[in-house]
Design a protein around this ligand. Structure first.
Ligand SMILES: Cc1cc2nc3c(=O)[nH]c(=O)nc-3n(C[C@H](O)[C@H](O)[C@H](O)COP(=O)(O)OP(=O)(O)OC[C@H]3O[C@@H](n4cnc5c(N)ncnc54)[C@H](O)[C@@H]3O)c2cc1C
Length: 407
């Protein structure tokens, strides 16, 4: 009755990573995705310096670099007061990433390369296949999924189902694991422009009282623009997202001249709210990875790293689970994967949540910007944490917080 050992639902960074590492280890893997690749994905499209380690391990780094991805030397954050925090990846704190630069690349390009890595490793990829539900046995163990391909319903049976189906994971919802957080409720409008002025080698975040916008070069003269606003603003752009985005940018005196001659080159896509955190990242016969398991807020821009790293960790546990001699024994490695995720990402989750709260409050971000713009060493440290190569404990210290906020 088993069609495949591991069925991965979703061929984004999380699913491609899990599938690549599993297929490379000789596991029989199938990936299904409702989309046909290359497909767009609303994202600010920045990859941390440490994400390159995973790209390299998957065999994608050279292809991504050769695709014309932009190289970023750091991140700058402008507070509503106009104070700018500028952090560089190469700094005097003594920590180094896998690469000294971050990458910035369109998701159409990146995700297609990553899915090709899974194919090259031996995974079978089925595009245009939407998963609608899980199939369970009488003990409630997940034993497969129901699919819809060109309107035709079907079923795929697997020994393990990996839910890498993103923020609104059907599988996490069907298993009762999804946990949409009440705060922060933010939504994003994302698009690409050509001809934006003064684009440098730093990814930019501009925080305003009514939201924030991420701006970065993604190569080939294209700039990605991701505007994040409170979900309560959704009605304001329900009729014309493009006009709302243009108005928002042109209403900022420091951004308007840079966008005066810019031309939008992709549709404006809306997404959100984002904040969700699964109760558990596993259930008997299934495991969650990437946004399906956890995503908070795009400000710190590391969902892609977490998705690929999660895929790498899950591949290890999935192999142990498949090698177990009883269904019960096969659950233990999945529970351990969940615990390992908390150990790996716990510090980062805390930093993300604190940053998420600070950017939602003009007085707090203004105060932090005042502190960090005067202390380049501390700004570098924070940008290194968000770049995934400085341990979060370096900023989760009373002394650090004290100096940032001057309390
Ligand atoms: C506005 C915004 C900006 C962001 N900016 C950044 C950034 O700059 N850097 C960064 O690292 N991260 C960023 N992120 C986060 C990042 O986009 C995600 O964390 C990352 O895409 C997670 O990868 P994933 O593989 O888990 O999910 P996804 O990339 O969403 O992939 C999920 C896949 O599952 C497929 N799928 C979904 N449902 C089904 C179904 N029912 N059946 C079959 N297939 C299905 C989808 O087609 C998709 O291909 C941003 C997010 C947002 C919203």
């Amino acid at each position: 009755m088993i069609d495949v050992d591991v069925l991965v639902v979703g061929g984004g960074p999380a699913g491609s990573s899990a599938a690549t590492f599993l297929a490379r280890a000789g596991v029989d893997v199938r990936v299904v995705d409702r989309a046909h690749f290359p497909r767009p994905k609303p994202c600010a499209e920045y990859l941390s310096p440490e994400a390159s380690r995973l790209l390299d391990a998957m065999g994608a780094l050279e292809r991504v670099e050769q695709s014309g991805a932009a190289q970023l030397s750091g991140i700058s954050v402008r507070a509503p007061s106009g104070a700018v925090i500028k952090g560089d990846f190469i700094a005097s704190h003594g920590f180094r990433g896998f690469r000294d630069r971050g990458l910035s690349v369109r998701r159409e390009v990146l995700d297609a390369i990553l899915l090709d890595c899974a194919r090259d490793a031996g995974a079978v990829v089925c595009e245009g296949a939407r998963v609608t539900d899980v199939v369970r046995d009488p003990t409630q163990r997940v034993v497969g999924v129901r699919t819809l391909v060109s309107g035709t319903p079907g079923e795929i049976r697997a020994r393990l189902v990996i839910a890498a189906d993103g923020l609104r994971s059907v599988i996490a919802h069907r298993l009762g694991l999804a946990n949409v957080l009440r705060w922060p409720r933010r939504i994003a409008l994302v698009s690409h422009y050509s001809g934006v002025g003064e684009i440098g080698a730093h990814g930019e975040m501009h925080v305003e009282r009514d939201g924030y916008v991420g701006i970065a070069d993604v190569g080939h003269g294209i700039t990605t623009v991701a505007l994040v606003v409170p979900a309560s603003r959704a009605r304001a752009f329900s009729e014309d997202r493009a006009a709302f985005l243009d108005r928002w940018l042109l209403a900022r005196p420091h951004l308007a001249p840079r966008f005066a001659r810019a031309e939008r080159v992709s549709p404006v896509v809306a997404t959100g709210p984002f904040a969700s955190h699964a109760r558990r990242a596993w259930s008997p016969g299934a495991a969650l990875v990437g946004d399906a398991a956890d995503f908070f807020d795009p400000f710190t821009g590391e969902g892609i790293y977490a998705a690929m790293r999660g895929g790498e960790m899950l591949a290890e546990s999935a192999r142990e689970s498949l090698a177990a001699t009883s269904p019960r024994a096969s659950d233990a490695p999945l529970a351990e994967y969940d615990a390992a995720r908390r150990r790996e990402f716990g510090g980062k989750w805390l930093v993300e949540r604190v940053i998420g709260a600070v950017v939602g409050s003009a007085p707090l971000i203004n105060r932090a910007a005042r502190g960090l713009s005067a202390r380049k060493d501390m700004a570098d440290l924070l940008i290194g944490v968000t770049g995934d190569f400085v341990p979060p404990r370096e900023v989760i210290r009373l002394g650090y917080v004290w100096r940032v906020f001057g309390i």
